[in-house]
Design a protein around this ligand. Sequence first.
Ligand code: TYD
Length: 137
Amino acid sequence: MNLIEWIELPNLGDHRGSLVVAEANRNVPFSIQRLYYIFGAQPDVPRGFHAHKDLQQIAFCIQGSCKMLMDNGKEKLEVLIGQSNKGLFIPPMVWHEMHDFSKDCILLVLASDYYDESDYIRNYDQFLKELHKTCTQ
Ligand code: TYD
């Protein structure tokens, strides 16, 4: 799988404005158990710095933009998230960091499971170790 996968949601908007639809197991490739959103983030204060063991997520900037660094241990790529119907798929075991939030940024995240701190890997060396374990199993 490519490190960068975009999920594009249909915009059913018309002259009255935009209307974007996400449907679990249809245009979103998992059952959505949770959504959260981040706003008022400081442009110069990055966030994230973790990977998840099992969680799948899709991140949309429904307003404004931010950058996301994606790292699967082999490849690191940075992308701009800035189109309200185009979300970045964050699969399990991808280290990710968000930064350069625009002042008006609203980052909406769809997640495949409930919040579970034990699913987080917050230490980069631990992340590399876990990846290595998975590769050698
Ligand atoms: P965290 O995922 O570390 O934020 P970021 O990746 O944006 O830096 O979450 C920040 C805090 O909020 C942390 O204490 C965990 C808590 N949290 C929840 O309780 N539920 C949630 O759904 C999320 C995403 C975070």
